[in-house]
Design a protein around this ligand. Structure first.
Ligand code: NAD
Length: 339
């Protein structure tokens, strides 16, 4: 099948080309993000392949349909950037990669937590400058601390298991409890109790209308003073301005973000010679107790290989008129059914 692959980097091409030996699709790599302005590039492509920050809203989908596009293959798990209802109405099918390596993201979340707690980012810079003083680098033992996991699906469960291995107590909040979470010793409680009872809170639920700004002023006020917040899920789960206020008042002890609400304007590009115009983002970077990474939690060789193989298999399955277990149904977005 002829596929317009949007928003590609050299590493995407490397892994997609290797996986395509088995499938023989005609992959045309495009650098821009898909948006209403770039949708004209899809002319002549029955399939388009997208990543997290491409926009497939109703306007864009209508342009795709007018070009004969019948399939959107997401190279990611989340599908919050696709208007699934509109896609179904105009006959565009959507497939995704539900689990390419939950370990990659869970392990990265642990990395952010360890770095923030033990100030490894500061120590790295100090030692390079010949400063071996320890002042200001004290953290706390994670052993026996309480970790709150919001969203206990594939990634949240692995994160919880790793933290269990550190000797932590694990609390969980999820609309759809996962029996494996309780089996490994996690305890489900309501969100306000999780917020007030956790020393560390890590977000692993999808972005939906219900979870947008889940961490807002009210939620921050309910947190244990000085709690560490980690978000490797989706930027808009967090109200960034409220979090900045929480950091200034020290209600939030430290913040690790791999995702940011306005990341589409920034991430996955080298902007090192530009003046970044997003003042909220720049304010975040000024805090010594904040680490921001550019949506790299998924970025392991294992994950890239799985993403490429699953994406092309999804396309092949639909091309050959097979059903595909990774197809996303319109009601998954509306009813927030567990994916
Ligand atoms: P999953 O579907 O296996 O688990 C998500 C869990 O969240 C489920 O248990 C679900 O019941 C729960 N949930 C749904 N709505 C909820 C709500 N309102 N409140 C609380 N819990 C709710 O998904 P996953 O594979 O574990 O991925 C989790 C998220 O991680 C994805 O949605 C995606 O946004 C993000 N992600 C980020 C990266 C990255 O590189 N940073 C990579 C992959 C995935």
């Amino acid at each position: 099948m002829r596929v317009a692959v949007f928003n590609t980097k050299p590493y995407d091409r490397q892994f997609l080309d290797a996986a395509n030996d088995e499938h023989g699709h005609e992959l045309v790599y495009l650098e821009p993000l898909l948006s209403p302005d770039t949708a004209c590039l899809t002319s002549g492509f029955p399939a388009v392949c997208l990543f997290v920050n491409d926009t497939a809203d109703a306007k864009t989908l209508d342009i795709l349909a007018s070009h004969g596009t019948k399939l959107i293959a997401l190279r990611c798990a989340g599908f919050n950037n696709v208007d699934l209802k509109r896609a179904a109405e105009i006959g565009i099918r959507v497939v995704r990669v539900p689990a390419y390596s939950p370990y990659s993201v869970a392990e990265f979340a642990v990395g952010l937590l360890l770095t923030l707690n033990r100030k490894i980012h500061k120590a790295y810079n100090r030692v390079r400058e010949g400063n071996f003083a320890l002042d200001g680098l004290a953290g706390f033992d994670l052993h026996d601390r309480t970790i709150g996991v919001i969203g206990t699906g594939k990634i949240g469960l692995i994160f919880a298991e790793i933290m269990k291995g550190f000797g932590c107590k694990i609390l969980g909040y999820d609309l759809y409890p996962n029996p494996k979470f309780a089996e490994m010793g996690g305890r489900y409680i309501e969100l306000p109790e999780l917020l007030s009872g956790s020393d560390v809170i890590s977000l692993h639920c999808p972005l939906t209308p219900e979870t947008r700004h889940l961490i807002n002023r009210k939620a921050i006020a309910q947190m244990k003073p000085g709690a560490i917040l980690i978000n490797t899920s989706r930027g808009a789960l967090v109200d960034t301005e409220a979090v900045i206020e929480g950091l200034k008042s020290r209600q939030i002890g430290a913040l690790g973000l791999d995702v940011y609400e306005q990341e589409a304007d920034l991430f996955f590009a080298d902007l090192s010679n530009q003046i970044i115009q997003d003042d909220v983002f720049e304010r975040l970077l000024m805090f010594p107790n904040v680490i921001v990474t550019g949506h790299q939690a998924f970025f392991t060789e294992d994950a890239l290989k799985n993403i490429a193989e699953t994406t092309l298999s999804n396309i092949t399955a639909l091309e050959q008129k097979h059903s595909c277990a990774n197809e996303v149904q319109a009601d998954q977005q509306v009813a927030n059914i567990k994916a």
